[in-house]
Design a protein around this ligand. Structure first.
Ligand code: CNA
Length: 256
């Protein structure tokens, strides 16, 4: 099936949602974990995001993640982020469920973003309830080579990202499942579908019987055999969808 037919599917769906992973941000220059040039080839990503290790040595997390998470002001949304925001604006997409922690969906203008692996949007103290620091403030401190600390107890603050060994934010997860169950179409984009429970979310769309999933990923995923369509290249697919959106807007203006 062509991308044109995919766009027709998206624009005629009753309830279309997207589940995104690190692959949608590789086009923005942020490496993924398990892709061809993923971080797993270069560094111990699981150690960086391990909660027990963070408690022992938070400086390790901040040093290792600084080029990724604390330089987001230098990263721009990719064509995938931009097109998803546009699809939402046109009323074709109800929500983006993301595993990403790079705030790029928000930067692209998406309004309904469900961050199931948390977000660096704020930092908090593991000891003192109610202490919060914004991403911008923490990023300035980390960029200066220092550590964001609690003003009460001095303990190093933790970003509200879900680390390995932590529970996922329950509210976000249940909202994601609710959207997946309502979806007659879910776009599954740039995710290896290996991290649970995120990887099981498309199954809620499929288990409704009438829901279908479309996968765009340049490596095989465990759900490929259950997808009604699979494409490889996110840049190519979303570049074409962008053109179809432009045509659609033009035709709507002309009252066709
Ligand atoms: P993953 O396991 O690294 O999978 C990403 C997938 O995207 C891989 O299968 C790649 O082959 C594929 N891919 C990469 N670029 C493209 C492309 N241009 N076109 C098509 N496919 C592509 O990442 P997941 O999101 O599945 O794993 C979940 C982890 C990764 C979450 O906990 C994230 O927080 C974590 N992560 C997030 C970011 C980010 O926020 N940008 C970056 C790195 C890791």
């Amino acid at each position: 099936m062509s991308v044109e037919e995919l766009f027709a599917k998206i624009s005629s769906a009753k309830y279309c949602t997207a589940l995104t992973g690190a692959g949608v941000s590789t086009l923005s220059g942020i490496p993924d974990f398990r892709g061809k040039n993923g971080l797993y080839n270069e560094m111990d990503a699981e150690k960086i995001f391990d909660i027990e290790y963070f408690k022992k040595d938070p400086a390790f997390f901040y040093k290792a993640s600084a080029p990724l998470i604390y330089s987001l002001d230098k990263k721009e949304p990719s064509v995938v982020h931009i097109v998803l925001a546009e699809l939402e604006r046109l009323g074709f997409l109800k929500a983006v469920i993301t595993q990403n922690i790079d705030l790029l969906h928000e930067k692209a203008g998406s309004k309904k973003v469900i961050e199931i692996h948390g977000s660096p949007g704020f930092h908090y103290c593991l000891r003192c309830a109610g202490v919060r620091m914004s991403y911008d403030e923490a990023a300035l401190i980390v960029q200066a080579g220092e550590l964001p600390a609690c003003p009460n107890c001095g303990k190093v603050l933790k970003p509200a990202i879900t680390f390995f060994g932590e529970m996922l934010p329950a509210e976000a997860l249940s909202e994601a499942v609710d959207h997946a169950q309502k979806s007659d179409l879910m776009l599954v984009l740039g995710t290896s579908l290996t991290v649970y429970p995120a990887a099981s979310i498309p199954r809620y769309t499929l288990s409704q019987g009438k829901g279908e999933i479309v996968i765009v990923n340049n490596m095989p995923t465990p759900l490929d055999h259950m997808a009604s369509l699979c494409f490889d290249d996110l840049g190519e697919v979303f570049g074409k969808i962008k053109e179809f959106i432009e045509e659609f807007i033009e035709e709507t203006k002309q009252g066709k």
